[in-house]
Write a protein that binds this ligand. Structure first.
Ligand code: FNR
Length: 189
């Protein structure tokens, strides 16, 4: 009865801190859940190309989201907001309207920054976009990690306090997923 979490990184950078956070969580997760990480390398959204001929990477992203019990999104902040890569992916995933893979799906958002502000503005914007897509935001303290550059070793988050903060939030994601499994009538779609 392991839960399948999909970790989406909002950065395409090779040495991304956001991806390193997901790797840290992957290593810290208990027996109750798996976390598969993927990046968001898909074309730019174009409604003309959203239909029977939707690009393969987009199809795969939608299927991976639909096959997961819940999402962990780790994102940086670009110019006080959501990185285009992540917003673009949310736009694709929010369609087809009415049958989006995001609808009713529990999502935990984590932001980070080398600055002490931790990407909190991007965090708020990701939440807003996910609300529009009718995802189920995991309630609780916003997981915002400042000073991230000093908290990573060998490509993963190792800072104990930050990791404990994030792991506790994944615990709330897990609880939300298990509630839905047992009471699927609470799922929006
Ligand atoms: C940034 N960065 C940044 N950081 C921040 O806290 N607030 C911001 O508004 C911005 N703006 C911004 C714009 C652009 C175009 C870049 C490339 C970077 C710095 C950012 O937090 C840093 O590069 C992170 O390392 C990016 O995240 P990943 O790639 O490590 O996951």
């Amino acid at each position: 009865d392991r839960l399948r979490f999909l970790g989406l990184t909002g950065s395409l950078r090779r040495d991304s801190h956001s991806t390193a956070i997901l790797r840290g969580l992957q290593a810290a997760l208990g027996a109750g859940a798996d976390l598969v990480i993927r990046d968001l390398q898909v074309p730019l959204y174009n409604e003309d190309e959203d239909g029977p001929a939707t690009a393969e990477p987009v199809r795969q992203l939608r299927e991976a989201i639909a096959a997961s019990d819940g999402l962990v999104i780790a994102t940086p902040e670009y110019n006080h907001g959501i990185p285009g890569v992540l917003k673009n992916a949310i736009d694709w995933a929010s369609r087809p309207y009415g049958t989006s893979s995001l609808t009713g799906r529990p999502v935990l958002v984590i932001s980070s920054s080398p600055a002490f502000t931790g990407g909190v503005r991007a965090h708020a914007q990701v939440n807003e976009a996910l609300l529009s897509a009718q995802a189920l935001l995991v309630p609780g303290p916003q997981v915002v990690i400042g000073g991230i550059a000093e908290k990573i070793r060998d490509g993963r988050l190792v800072d104990e306090a930050s990791l404990a903060f994030a792991v506790a939030a994944v615990g709330r994601l897990e609880a939300a997923c298990r509630r839905l499994r047992h009471r699927p009538e609470h799922r929006v779609a």
